[in-house]
Design a protein around this ligand. Structure first.
Ligand code: NAP
Length: 314
């Protein structure tokens, strides 16, 4: 059986598309490689989101779970699969996944966000040795940091928001940034400077030590070259993310660079029958927000619907 639409990616964009596809009773399958709910559930499970209208503040996983429940309730099927190949058939497409499964679709909607990614590493002694034993790259549950002494590394929004997320319950949070100023949003910088987070500017972690888990770290001041040792329970590294390899260049769709899909205002791509929405698309004025991704998803599904009902809706 060929689905009316197969949506690749189960974040807010893909799940919203699933919900709207079902309002038109399109048979709908959503394929997600990492975590349904997307970045919200995987990267920020216990961090609050403040810019999703109708929720003044809501934790990432809770918001992600609400999207998933809504999509399931609406009748969209969801499968945990990583799509590795996309082939055009005489009518429609065939998607093959890493597990070897194949799905046929009349139309495809690509909503893979920033794709599969992994955190950037500092590459310092002790980092790999203690990964999972005090060295972490995301906060799975902020309550794990209760009464802990933690070094947070980085100067972007991720590092500052993570420091703010754990500071209320941690014993001490020290933010280590290699420059004399942050690149994060002013709102986050102001909140950190008003909070009990201790900030070390022009500072770099050079060594992590411990026994069964992290016990201390050495930080040096890159202006004075003075070294300081901190007795700590954990190091949270937040210096950005690196994308893993992407199959997009093999799929014959016009791209912007290697990882972004060029779309028109109706969210159609250069290949008839393939649409895209969310963080993976590129168009003039594109802004990466949850709400804009959801809006693009609705536009994309309307285009899918018109394509399927053509010429009635042409
Ligand atoms: P980012 O903005 O790229 O910041 C990475 C930080 O890590 C920078 O301060 C950088 O230092 C530092 N860094 C990089 N490599 C390092 C190294 N080897 N050693 C020490 N420090 C290193 O990454 P991000 O914070 O993950 O944010 C990514 C994007 O998502 C940004 O556009 C951000 O605004 C956005 N974001 C938005 C929100 C929100 O809207 N609430 C939340 C999180 C993230 P330098 O400054 O010296 O380069």
């Amino acid at each position: 059986m060929a689905y009316d639409v197969v949506i690749v990616g189960g974040g807010p964009a893909g799940l919203t598309a699933g919900i709207y596809a079902r309002t038109r009773k399109l048979s709908t399958l959503i394929l997600e490689a990492q975590a349904v709910g997307g970045q919200l559930s995987w990267l920020y499970p216990t961090k609050s989101v403040y810019d999703y209208p109708s929720h003044i503040a809501i934790e990432g996983k809770e918001l992600g779970d609400l999207f998933v429940v809504h999509a399931r309730e609406s009748g969209a099927e969801i499968a945990h699969e990583e799509v590795v190949d996309l082939k055009r058939l005489k009518s429609g497409f065939r998607l093959t996944t890493k597990s070897g499964a194949a799905y046929e679709a009349k139309t495809i909607l690509l909503a893979m966000g920033m794709g599969l990614f992994e955190p950037k590493r500092l590459g310092i002694p002790g980092e790999a040795e203690f990964e999972g034993r005090g060295v972490e790259y995301r906060v799975r549950d902020r309550h794990e940091y209760k009464d802990r002494r933690v070094l947070v590394v980085g100067g972007g929004d991720s590092a500052l928001e993570i420091a703010l997320e754990i500071v209320a319950s941690a014993q001490q949070v020290i933010l280590v940034h290699r420059r004399g100023e942050f690149r994060a949003m002013e709102k986050n910088v102001e909140a950190v400077l008003k909070s009990p987070v201790k900030v070390l500017y022009n500072a770099e972690v050079t060594f992590i030590e411990g026994d069964d888990r992290v016990r201390r770290a050495v930080v040096y001041d890159n202006r004075t070259l003075k070294k300081s040792q901190f007795e700590i329970d954990g190091v949270l590294v937040n210096i950005g993310f690196e994308p893993k390899s992407t199959p997009l260049p093999r799929w014959g769709i016009e791209l912007e660079g290697e990882r972004l899909i060029k779309v028109k205002a109706d969210m159609s791509t250069s290949v008839e029958g393939i649409y895209a929405c969310g963080d993976i698309v590129s168009y003039p004025g594109k802004d990466k927000r949850i709400v804009t991704a959801c809006g693009e998803a609705v536009t994309a599904i309307m285009s899918v619907y018109k394509h399927l009902r053509s010429p009635y809706w042409a």
